[in-house]
Design a protein. Sequence first.
Length: 263
Amino acid sequence: MTDDPRSWYGDPRAAAAARTADLGALRTQVDDLLDAMINKFYAEIPYADHQARGEELNLEYYKRHNIETILRLRRKRTIDALAINYFTKRDPVRGAAWAHYVEDEMLHDEWFAGDLGRIGVTKDEIYSTDPFQATKLLTGYLQYGMEFEGTPLALLCSVYFVEYTTTKTQPSWVKNLEEKLGREKVAGARRHVGTDIDDEHADFVWGVLTSLVSSTEDEAKVIQHMRIVANLWVAYFLELYQAVVAPAKNSFEAAGSLAGRFA
Ligand SMILES: [Fe+2]
């Protein structure tokens, strides 16, 4: 946007109030979609329930998954900064809210690095690892939204996706990992899932997300973003599986995991 007072937001509180909508029906639709995706994920993706229910934990799989979580969070904070930039020019009340949330989440990669350290993974190993292709594409998709769609809606959808699916899946993953590795070994993951649930992050993120939705076209975009983000997460879990557990039998099987439509 340009520095033209006619296109500015006027009073910040009034601007925020004008962007507040009751989108309960859309949220129900999104949550139902995510619930169905979680079931499909466990049913169809190899190793999807390994950390939730695996009897013999594949430690290499667990390590690489946590390393990737850290690498993804390190890049996501840059996209969060782009979203804050967007809000400062349109809705600074939401900008302040997002900045507060991002401050809370910004360094949570330390918690996962702490867990990895307790099983002997060094910081050097973590930070010298190149992210998976799927992680680069997910990060790139969120940045694409900012660059070419002019809105952080893709980011907000991705963050809602993660907060919602975290509260639905991670308690059982962490419980199983505590049983297999010992409670003290996964203290960081336990603390992280506790923060998401206790601080009601999904509700908060939904509130910011809805400030970006003002038409039925925007609502359709939300559903589309959720599906694309889901496809990219599935691509990630397939890439992780093929990297650690069972290599792709041919190059197209690996490429197919990215081109495939899960959702
Ligand atoms: Fe969170």
